[in-house]
Design a protein around this ligand. Structure first.
Ligand code: FES
Length: 126
């Protein structure tokens, strides 16, 4: 949301399972496109399905790994860059325990201290 409120010419896409999980509107920037899996609010479907209806643009995302993998596919089809805020369980939070590592093309990286933002093309198995 921080990035979304500080960039122009962008589409913000936000998805949830259903209306009961959607954030209070005070936390959602104006003009945000909402998708719910059951169609109870906004677009009926997931954010990846909604995204493919929009104009190609660089992708910035956070969320579950299967969604990020699909967004990587979309970014390749669109020939745009994608950047993901990765999630991982953290013990120390400052780079000492290696508990939060993810596999990248440059070896294992710590989400807490090397990230949390990583280019999609850097992520292994994406
Ligand atoms: S949480 Fe310990 S290294 Fe990242």
């Amino acid at each position: 949301m921080f990035l979304a409120t500080r960039t122009d010419n962008r589409d913000i896409v936000y998805g949830e399972k259903s209306a009961e999980f959607v954030l209070n509107e005070m936390y959602i920037p104006p003009d945000t496109k909402i998708a719910t899996d059951d169609g109870s609010v906004g677009f009926c479907g997931n954010v990846c399905e909604l995204l493919t209806e929009l104009e190609p643009a660089p992708i910035f995302a956070c969320g579950p790994t299967p969604m990020l993998k699909k967004l990587t596919e979309i970014s390749r089809q669109w020939n745009v860059q994608a950047f993901f805020s990765m999630e991982s369980r953290m013990a120390c939070g400052f780079g000492a325990c290696n508990g939060c590592v993810i596999h990248t093309i440059d070896g294992y990286k710590k989400v807490c201290s090397d990230g949390p933002i990583f280019p999609a093309q850097m992520l292994k198995e994406f």
